[in-house]
Design a protein around this ligand. Structure first.
Ligand SMILES: [Zn+2]
Ligand SMILES: [Zn+2]
Length: 419
C-alpha cells in the first residue's frame, strides 16, 4: 500500500488479497461508495456502447470492468484491485457463464452472520456458480432468503445487503460444513475452483496467455494414451484447425480435461510439461472408496449441463432428459441415483414447457442446429455466429423459439457427438 501519498479517493485496501477468500472488486466498490457517498453506478456503470457489447466476452474481462479497475487503482493508489476479479485467468479461460451476467447474488450465511460491518467482505469465489461451498466456512453458498425464498440483487448497497429485500429477515445464519454431504466429485470441483481463485487473488500472478489451453492440448497430443482421454470435441477441433489456436475453454471443459488427466486445473493452464509426468487414473473401478474416479466424468457433464439449462430456462428449451442421457451413455436410474434433486427438478420443469407438438418441433430444430458449422468448428461460438444461427432458425420458428433452440444447442454442443 502506498503511504503518505495523496489520492483522490481514500486509499482503501482490497481485503484478503492472495487468499481464496479475496474480496470481490464489486464489493470493494460498494465499500468505496459507502465511504465516499458516491453512487455505485457512477463508479462502475458501463457506457451504453459498452453495455451493448457486453454479451459474451470471448477473452478477458468485460471492457467496462477492466476500465473501472484501472480508474479505481489510479484514484486510490492501490495496485492490486484486479486481484478481486478473475483478471489473471480471464484470457486463458472463457468466463462466459461464470461472472458475466447479473445473476441473483450468492452469499455465505455464516460470513454474513459473523462478520462485523467494519470488516465486511464478499468473496469473488461466491460468484462462480459451480462452486458449492464458502472458502472460509465450508458451508453451502445460498441464493435465497431462507424465510421467504426471495432472491437478492447483486447491486444492493452495503446497508441493506444483509437483510432480505422482501421480508427484511436477516440473510446471515448459522450453518454447518457442507463438505460431508458433498460427493468426492463435488469436493474436487470446489478445490479446483478455489485454486483458480487463489491464483487470480495473488498480486504476483502473471496474466495467463489466451493459448494456455491450446499449448496443453498440444503437449497431451504427443502422448497417445493421454490424448485418447481428452474429450472428442477438443480432439477433433485441434485436428481440423492445426494452424489456428483453440479458443479458451469454458470452466466445465477445463475441469473435464483436468479430470481425465488426473491433474489440477492450474497445472493444466500453467505447466503442461509437468502434467504429462503425473500418473493417469488407474483403470480399476472396484468397490473401494477411492474418492474421485474416472467414471465420474459423465456425471460431471450431466451436472454442468442440467445446471446450465435450468439456469438459462425459460430462455432455453429443455430437451427430454432421455435424449441428453443417451448422448452421455447413461441410464436414467444412474442419473437419478447420482443427482436425485437436479434430475427431479429438470423433469418437473421439462413437462411444463407447453404443448407437445411444439416441443417436438423444437427437439428437431435442436438436433439440426447441432450440425451447424458454428457449433462444430469452435469450442465457443462468437456472438456474431450465434446471431446468424438465430436468424436462420427464425425462418421456421417463432423468434422466441429460435433463440431458445440456439441456447440449448450451444449447451448440448459441449457433449460428445452421438454414435
Ligand atoms: Zn463463509
Ligand atoms: Zn425474505
Amino acid at each position: 500500500m502506498t503511504q503518505g501519498l495523496w489520492t483522490a479517493l481514500p486509499a482503501q485496501a482490497l481485503r484478503h488479497v492472495a487468499t481464496a477468500q479475496v474480496e470481490s472488486f464489486e464489493h470493494y466498490v460498494l465499500r468505496m461508495s459507502e465511504v465516499t457517498g458516491l453512487r455505485r453506478a457512477s463508479l462502475l456503470k458501463p457506457t451504453p456502447i459498452e453495455a451493448a457489447h457486453a454479451a459474451i466476452p470471448q477473452q478477458g474481462l468485460l471492457q467496462h470492468v477492466e476500465r473501472a479497475i484501472g480508474v479505481m487503482e489510479h484514484l486510490t493508489g492501490q495496485t492490486d484491485l484486479r486481484c478481486g476479479t478473475l483478471w489473471a485467468v480471464s484470457r486463458a479461460l472463457s468466463l462466459h457463464g461464470m461472472c458475466a451476467r447479473n445473476r441473483p447474488r450468492r452469499w455465505c450465511p455464516v460470513c454474513y452472520a459473523e462478520q462485523e460491518r467494519a470488516e465486511a467482505s464478499e468473496s469473488v469465489a461466491w460468484s462462480i456458480r459451480l462452486l458449492q461451498t464458502c472458502p472460509a466456512h465450508g458451508c453451502a453458498l445460498v441464493d435465497r432468503c431462507r424465510i421467504c425464498g426471495a432472491t437478492q440483487l447483486d447491486c444492493d448497497a452495503l446497508v441493506q445487503r444483509r437483510q432480505c429485500r422482501q421480508c427484511a429477515a436477516s440473510l446471515g445464519w448459522r450453518a454447518g460444513s457442507a463438505h460431508l454431504a458433498q460427493s468426492a466429485l463435488e469436493r474436487w470441483i470446489d478445490a479446483q475452483i478455489l485454486a483458480i481463485v487463489r491464483y487470480a487473488a495473488d498480486p504476483q500472478s502473471a496474466q495467463l496467455p489466451p493459448d494456455a489451453f491450446h499449448q496443453t492440448c498440444r503437449a497431451l497430443r504427443c502422448i497417445p494414451e493421454r490424448w485418447a482421454r481428452v474429450p472428442a470435441s477438443v480432439r477433433s477441433r485441434l485436428r481440423t484447425h492445426t494452424r489456428r489456436t483453440l479458443p479458451p475453454p469454458v470452466l466445465e471443459m477445463l475441469l473435464e480435461v483436468a479430470a481425465t488427466q488426473h491433474c489440477g486445473v492450474m497445472a493444466l493452464l500453467t505447466a503442461p510439461e509437468a502434467i504429462v509426468q503425473t500418473s493417469l487414473w488407474p483403470d480399476a473401478t472396484g468397490g473401494q472408496d477411492a474418492g474421485l474416479r474416472m467414471p465420474a466424468i459423465p456425471l460431471l457433464r450431466l451436472r454442468a449441463l442440467l445446471d446450465h439449462l435450468l439456469e438459462e430456462a425459460p430462455a432455453a428449451y429443455l430437451p427430454p432428459l432421455a435424449s441428453i442421457l443417451s448422448r452421455l451413455g447413461m441410464e436414467l436410474a444412474q442419473a437419478r441415483h447420482a443427482e436425485p434433486e437436479r434430475v427431479a427438478r429438470y423433469q418437473w420443469r421439462c413437462v411444463r414447457q407447453g404443448a407437445s407438438a411444439r416441443l417436438r418441433r423444437l427437439d428437431i430444430a435442436v438436433a439440426q442446429t447441432l450440425h451447424s458449422s458454428a457449433l462444430t468448428s469452435r469450442l465457443v461460438p462468437t456472438p456474431a455466429q450465434l446471431a446468424q444461427l438465430r436468424q436462420r432458425l427464425a425462418r421456421h420458428l417463432a423468434l422466441e423459439d429460435a433463440a431458445k433452440v440456439c441456447t440449448t444447442a450451444m449447451e448440448l454442443s459441449h457433449l460428445p457427438a452421438r454414435g
